[in-house]
Design a binder for this molecule. Structure first.
Ligand code: COA
Length: 260
């Protein structure tokens, strides 16, 4: 499929989705959000993809936020619709994807950019990255899940301060806060993410998908995560991957998971 704002490439069961609006620091306009939705949906269905890496094009930005020029004249009703649609199409969609998604934060991740990185399953940043939710400096609040995911990841007090000050933190502070798992040089960012992906590739994709579901149940209102875990754990016993994983262990060989 052809896209105007993103590039999709595949290599060794890893699909890299690159947000490609470098002259606008990869800001998320409506079309980019729709294209990302289509790309994530198609990639999740693609049997040859086991891990997805999301990155921004250029050396300056992962994503510098939602495209401010698109919503500056919106009414309250239009604003609410923008947030609801974006959360549904992209942010919640990515968080609940069965295929693991790694955010490679290669520069500014601000507003919707940090919200997108936080919706990914985990994050690796380059040492030139800067992260923040500066929405209150524009007279608005984070609308793509930032007020919920940031406190979950770094704690309520730190999230309050970062949002209220509209400040930016660098990669080392983000590492210290647990917002990102690793920091690399800009050149090493994608190879490092691919190295982590290659470790994921050795394991059962069906079990990984079930683990994502159970982990996400931890912070979903009205859902008991322990119950989800019990259900997903039980379901694992009926999969071909379980038979292969346990048989391979007992036969002292490497598992070759069918992904079923
Ligand atoms: N929405 C729309 N356009 C954006 C954008 C955004 N969130 N962030 C950057 N851009 C555009 C700029 O308007 C500029 O376009 P132009 O060259 O056509 O004027 C281009 O990207 C480059 O940005 P610029 O501001 O010139 O780069 P800089 O290096 O001086 O500053 C930032 C970088 C990230 C500090 C600055 O772009 C910024 O503050 N962006 C907005 C961040 C934000 O508030 N995000 C939350 C949105 S809810």
């Amino acid at each position: 499929m052809d896209y105007n704002n993103i590039i999709v490439g595949q290599h060794n069961s890893i699909t890299t989705i690159t947000i490609n609006r470098p002259t606008k620091l990869n800001a998320l306009n409506k079309e980019t959000i729709q294209e990302l939705h289509e790309a994530f949906k198609a990639t999740n269905k693609d049997e040859n993809t086991k891990v997805i890496i999301l990155v921004g094009s250029g050396e300056k930005a992962f994503v510098a936020g939602a495209d401010i020029s698109e919503f500056s004249s919106f009414s309250a009703k239009e604003g609410a619709k923008l947030a609801a649609k974006g959360q549904d199409l992209l942010f919640n969609f990515v968080e609940n994807l069965g295929t693991p998604v790694i955010a490679a934060v290669n520069g500014f991740a601000l507003g919707g950019g940090l919200e997108l990185a936080m919706a990914c399953h985990f994050r690796v940043a380059s040492d030139n990255a800067k992260m923040g939710l500066p929405e209150v400096s524009l007279g608005v609040i984070p609308g793509y899940g930032g007020t919920q995911r940031l406190p979950n990841l770094i704690g309520k007090g730190r999230a309050m301060e970062l949002i209220m000050t509209a400040g930016m933190i660098d990669s080392n502070q983000a590492l210290n806060y647990g917002l990102v798992n690793h920091v690399t040089t800009p050149e090493d960012l994608l190879p490092f993410c691919e190295k982590i992906a290659s470790k994921i590739l050795r394991n059962s994709p069906v079990a990984i998908s079930a683990a994502i579901k159970a982990i996400n149940a931890n912070d979903t209102d009205g859902i008991n995560g322990f119950d989800v875990e019990i259900k997903e754990f039980g379901k694992s016993f009926g999969t071909e991957d379980f038979k292969e994983g346990t048989t391979a262990f007992l036969q002292k060989r490497k598992a070759n998971f069918p992904g079923k």
